[in-house]
Write a protein that binds this ligand. Structure first.
Ligand code: HEC
Length: 101
């Protein structure tokens, strides 16, 4: 009985700290972000280095699914077809702003 209770608690803990981008590496994400010049448009829109777009009050992305949708729109504009793996890396990188759990 005790063992089962412990197992349930372990599972709950694991869920609470689930990584929304399990296949992503933020360092690789940064490399991709720079390679694709992701902030080129964002900085033209908002000034600065452009990363303000991820923290603006009325930002568009509220969960990982919306982030992936936005990735598709943004990358299509520059003729880039991001792989699922690249999306994970970029998500892990941008999660420094969004802080999705
Ligand atoms: C061709 C210009 C352009 C490029 C290049 C671009 N974006 Fe964007 N991005 C936009 C625009 C425009 C918006 C705002 C969309 C809106 O407000 O509906 C945006 C918004 C975003 C958002 C959502 C910000 C929010 O409000 O929460 C994310 C995330 C994002 N871009 C990621 C990327 C990534 C990653 C790349 C590189 C692969 C990239 N963008 C490249 C134009 C671009």
């Amino acid at each position: 009985m005790k063992l089962i209770a412990a197992l349930i608690m372990l599972c709950a803990a694991a869920t609470a700290t689930a990584n929304p981008f399990p296949g992503g590496d933020s360092q690789t994400g940064k490399t991709l972000f720079d390679k694709y010049k992701c902030n080129s448009c964002h900085s033209a829109m908002l000034g600065g280095d452009g990363s303000g777009i991820f923290t603006r009050a009325d930002r568009k992305v509220h969960n990982p699914a919306e982030m992936f949708t936005q990735f598709k729109m943004c990358s299509a504009n520059i003729g880039v077809n991001l792989t699922a793996q690249e999306e994970q890396h970029l998500g892990a990188y941008l999660n420094q702003y969004y802080k999705f759990k």
